[in-house]
Write a protein of this length. Structure first.
Length: 255
């Protein structure tokens, strides 16, 4: 009987902590933000659009988007209105020895998705079984896909000169830089934002720390239970799913 009482008491404490964390976090962003569920489509997506959370109104600007990107006009601003949220799936963790097997991205202009990019890539070596178990990407799926030499130039063109947003950005960025160097013989340089760093900054001043910075946990915390189970968990560790989630997260925490 005493163990049952202790168990019930522990559960009540956990529920109280979760509720307090939720109430504290609600003070950090506009409670009226409504995050629409994105429509996920199969590979080779065509141009589409999606409504972004209305976190901030667009600011009037006489410069074109390309001019803003080229001049890095928003690098120190409160808001980053235009950017590329992207994600890679790879055969391992080392950009020097491992390969990219999927690239996906969403192009955001004034806080709204205006275009998407997604490509499976055929690596030079076989995809390890462990990677297949994580991503669901098999050697059969990429058998007739193009190589990174064909896909990377299209991806770079898609990004134009916009800042780039990724989760654990140094990891994804290192793969882009390595393959760009191999292909063009020169360094790739682009302003990029890390949602892990932004997520930690999001909690500053609350007296609390995030429980975990793994993407799934951040999605659960920021976008909620329904999004996590109805959208993310059904397509997790696929690049377009992750890139789209990063867009919603970045729109909320980049304040």
């Amino acid at each position: 009987m005493i163990w049952l009482i202790i168990l019930i008491f522990a559960i009540l404490i956990i529920i109280w902590v979760v509720l307090m964390k939720k109430l504290t976090r609600n003070h950090l962003h506009d409670d009226n933000i409504n995050i629409p569920e994105p429509e996920f489509k199969p590979l080779n997506l065509s141009k589409t659009s999606s409504t972004a959370p209305e976190t901030r109104p667009a600011k009037p600007n006489t410069m074109t988007l390309k001019e803003m990107a080229e001049n890095d006009c928003w690098c120190n601003n409160y808001s980053v209105p235009c950017y590329i949220a992207y994600d890679l799936e790879t055969t391992g963790l080392n950009s020097e020895t491992c390969e990219i097997i999927e690239i996906a991205a969403v192009k955001v202009e004034y806080h709204k998705i205006v275009d998407t990019f997604q490509e499976l890539i055929k690596p030079k070596n076989k995809i390890p079984k462990k990677i297949t178990s994580i991503t669901g990407i098999t050697n059969e799926m990429v058998e007739n896909c193009r190589s990174i030499e064909d896909v990377l130039p299209e991806f770079i063109k898609f990004t134009e000169k916009y800042p780039m947003v990724a989760h654990n950005a140094d990891f994804d960025y290192s793969f882009i830089k390595k393959n760009y160097l191999d292909l063009y013989g020169k360094n790739f340089s682009r302003r990029h934002y890390d949602t892990i760093r932004k997520y930690k900054q999001y909690y500053q001043g609350t007296g609390m720390k995030p429980d975990s910075c793994k993407l799934g946990d951040v999605i659960f915390d920021i976008l909620g239970l329904e999004y996590y189970f109805d959208v993310y968990s059904k397509n997790s560790h696929r690049a377009l799913t992750d890139a789209t989630a990063l867009y919603y997260i970045f729109e909320i925490i980049n304040k």
